[in-house]
Design a protein around this ligand. Sequence first.
Ligand SMILES: Nc1ncnc2c1ncn2[C@@H]1O[C@H](COP(=O)(O)OP(=O)(O)OP(=O)(O)O)[C@@H](O)[C@H]1O
Length: 621
Amino acid sequence: MTTMTDEKVNPTPILSWNSLNYDVKAKHGVRRVLHDISGSVYPGELVAIMGSSGAGKTTLLNVLAGRVQGGRLYGNIEFNGVKRKPSSFKRLLAYVEQDDLMFAQLSVRETLNTSAQLRLSDKKYSEEEKNERVDSVLRQLRLTHVGDSRIGGGGERGVSGGERKRVSIGVELVTDPSILVLDEPSSGLDSSSAEMVVALTKQMSVERRLCTLMTIHQPSAEMVALFDKIIVLAQGRLVYMGLASQAVDYFASIGFPSTHPNPANFLIDLTTVDFSSDSAMQKSEEHVRLLAETFAKHRDSALLTAKGSFESGVKTDCSQRNVDITPEVAAIALFEPAPMSRWLSEFQILMRREWALSVRNHSLVYGMATEPMVMMLFLGFVFFQLKHDQASVQNRIGALFSLSISCTFAVIIPGMTVIMSARDVVLRERSAGTYRMSSYFFARALCIYPLVYIPYTVMYTGAYFIAHLQYEASKFFIGMANMYAILFASLGFSFAVSMLVKKIEAAHIVTPVTLATLMLFAGNMSHAGAITPVLRWIKYICMYYYAYSGFVQNEFGGLEFECDTSSTLCYRTGEEVIATYGLDEFPIWLCIVLNLVLGVGLYIAAYCLLRWKAKPRYLWI
Ligand SMILES: Nc1ncnc2c1ncn2[C@@H]1O[C@H](COP(=O)(O)OP(=O)(O)OP(=O)(O)O)[C@@H](O)[C@H]1O
């Protein structure tokens, strides 16, 4: 197997790293996860990072990809011979995560197409060129036959695991990366699918002169034969980095002849720490340290004699050049790579995608449409054809309060589920700088409105006429505007909680508790003007208060009631009811405006949280 390394053609490694050390917080102080790792890779190479579980493979990969969070990182990393710049490096690096984070409801072609549309520059590529790029990636990754199949996953039927992994790779390859990074691309795949993924990756590396780095746990002998270089880690130490084909010979030369037909199994056996007892652990840790020291000496001697047999490109290896470079401590990089498309075209692409996602989520669409219909029947028939007696006062109060409540729970909880279920994909896309957060935010928000506003308009109209609220056009439409305002605020609430809380389980606890608390301030369970002064302000940030005040003033205004002779308490006019409940603090139009303002405030809070709080804080050197 000839290596496709490029050191003769291009003596500068595409990526080189020197004296990488990474510390994390441990129970008793600090734990070193990576010890003094140096190395380099070249265009066209397929490099595997191997080692047993916990050896530090993913950590090293993330450090090299500029994706490590938390802890302290020391050392130097260079890209094309110079210090990396976060924005340009991220554009040229494609990172395929271990979990295939994609939308189950989109087809393979749609997934790749969206990535191409968003990540290929509008200035450099025409629409046809972008489509051609998608076709060529589909062909290269042997995905053409499943182009129209849904991705699936999470309970939805879709393409196979191997195909899904290839789509994840394709999402990154539709751009023009210089480095492709894959975290455990074979995990969860059967051996033939895993081999196919590695073989195709190899082919792409050669054809596109891509440098590919992947972590891999226990590859088959056939897969090892595809790698140009391997990096073997044990307990965060480098025990080998060099040609895959020479690894076994190297270990034999230092006294560890292969005991296994598969070199990967041999290397894992050789470097695994035995945790069965304290003495066994100490012994194997000593063994790993010895292997790392031996490799350091061998590599140094290879450098000194310029034989370069272990590591291709050693003559220009940064570990040689950087002897007098002081290792740097990583700073936190908070950057946003420059977007590739104009805001409006980004927004249109995302609108199309978000709309497809919304309408293809059948349980969501049916759920959001059915709930208001059920509510309409209950509201209409529990409060059927209201009259003008004293009982109808209580019934009207009940109907209007229920209407206010139904505009929150049944909107906020499904809304939150939709927004949060997309979170991981959005974070992946954000890490790659795929689009601006503002275009995503607007597209997501706009796509959810029809799913809420259409059924609620039907519900309101049905309930209004069945319950026989005041048959007056102005009252009907003012009530509807009031409902639209609380729906707007509810969706803002949905967005804010989705951005504030990381886990959906937590959101499902926080939301009902908050809403139940806010209900106390609506003016139904407590008199709006008689709440303890220290808590009274809460009604001003309570969407129920404004909506309920609006509904009550709209419906009761101008109504007259009959008093029966047996009753001591009698409301003669609607105005008396409004005054008794203290719901006349703001006129109706202001109630509507204040709910809209509350909604805008919640959207702004949600956007700020999305923009800054959810921003990954990667360590950068
Ligand atoms: N931020 C962190 N905080 C605490 N420990 C960490 C952190 N990052 C890595 N580690 C520890 O460093 C070690 C190496 O982790 P890493 O995920 O890189 O191993 P790995 O070789 O990829 O393992 P596996 O094959 O099981 O995924 C592990 O013991 C892990 O617990």
